[in-house]
Design a protein around this ligand. Structure first.
Ligand code: 3HC
Length: 328
């Protein structure tokens, strides 16, 4: 069978048996597992995407944890705490998946706290009102589901399997956000305004979560050839907007895009122009909350040093005890 895979630039012109096997597995839509040979470019691309994804989950705990102590009821507080804990779990599954590719947890964490690693632009926006918990669930987790359900079929086994669990939880997150907004929209005029104001602030940044437009996305073509990504950034963004429009109608919320209109020819919702300058500013570290998010992550890392040291000391003692017992 002729392979559709673009050759790895680091590989020699002659395809080795291992590389042919890798290409055959990809062509057959099978899974690549940690024990399998893989091109260096494939491994690096996965570590890049999975570690960025893990960092996003961990940094993503911050905007919502801001509201745990101020949730409007015990029920809302319990739900929010569970959700923030879920995000921590997602980070851990993803760091573990990256570790199967040889990345170390320490290196990934160091890159994050040194400000050298990327994480999703969306988590650099502030959460000044309770309605933001609704918008994050509905829009941010909604966008995450759209982007991440196809990743359950990613060609790398540990990543795809981690995504299955993550997506199940994300769908609960999306629904709880929708329900917060629905309740606010059925409340007082002030509550309705709070919900609309929040959606006005989160809508465009949520669309940016899907990444730059296809003609400005350097990684997409190769990632799709390797079946890490299954759809392009613009395709998924469009799918998300098509999904949002009827949901916004149920909520009674206006999506803040005056150019949004239904295109009879394509049967899709055409959207207005995204402010890519804002996106690049946030990626360059100049978003509203970038500095604060990283500082909090660094503080948490420093404050947790004693836990890591205690765990390492305990592991050393256990290992010494095991050796002693084996020797006696
Ligand atoms: N925020 C920050 N960086 C972004 C970005 C965003 N919204 N969109 C793209 N980028 C970065 C890319 O990481 C890439 O950087 P790099 O080359 O330095 O690594 C660069 O911009 C160019 O973008 P590409 O389109 O070429 O990159 P990809 O092909 O990797 O596509 C992606 C970007 C769609 C985000 C893809 O990596 C992906 O699907 N990742 C997995 C999902 C993920 O990480 N989601 C983040 C949100 S986390 C989350 O949803 C948590 C939940 O609880 C809400």
């Amino acid at each position: 069978m002729t392979s559709t895979i673009t050759p790895d630039p680091s590989a020699s012109a002659v395809i080795s048996v291992e590389e042919q096997h890798f290409n055959d597995l990809i062509d057959a839509d099978s899974r690549i597992e940690p024990r399998d040979w893989m091109p260096e470019g494939y491994r690096k691309s996965l570590v890049r995407q999975i570690s960025q994804h893990a960092h996003s989950e961990i940094i993503g705990m911050q905007p919502e944890s801001n509201w745990i102590t101020r949730a409007p009821s015990l029920k809302r507080k319990a739900i929010l705490m569970a959700k923030v804990q879920d995000e921590a779990g997602h980070g851990l599954y993803l760091y573990s998946a990256a570790q199967t590719l040889g990345a170390t947890r320490d290196d990934m964490t160091d890159a994050l706290i040194a400000g050298k690693a990327r994480y999703s632009s969306i988590f650099n926006y502030p959460t000044p009102s309770w309605a933001d918990m609704g918008s994050i669930g509905w829009l941010v987790d909604g966008a995450a589901i759209c982007n991440q359900v196809p990743l359950c079929r990613a060609s790398y086994g540990p990543y795809g399997r981690a995504m299955v669990r993550i997506c199940k939880e994300e769908s609960f997150h999306q629904r709880q956000g929708f329900e917060i907004l629905l309740e606010l929209m059925q409340g007082t005029e002030e509550q309705r305004q709070m919900a609309q104001d929040s959606v006005n602030r989160w809508y465009w940044p949520a669309l940016m979560m899907f990444g730059p437009p296809d003609d400005d996305s350097p990684n997409s073509a190769q990632s799709m050839a390797w079946k890490i990504k299954r759809h392009s950034n613009d395709e998924l963004r469009q799918r998300f907007v098509n999904m949002l429009v009827p949901q916004a109608a149920v909520l009674g919320i206006t999506l803040p895009d005056p150019e949004l209109h239904f295109n009879e020819d394509t049967q899709q919702w055409d959207l207005g122009v995204i402010d890519w300058t804002e996106f690049h500013e946030v990626l360059a570290g100049r978003g509203p909350n970038n500095a604060q998010r990283l500082q909090r992550r660094r503080d948490a890392h420093d404050n947790g040093a004693w836990v890591r040291e205690a765990a390492a000391a305990y592991a050393r003692k256990q290992s010494a005890r095991t050796k002693e017992m084996a020797a006696s």
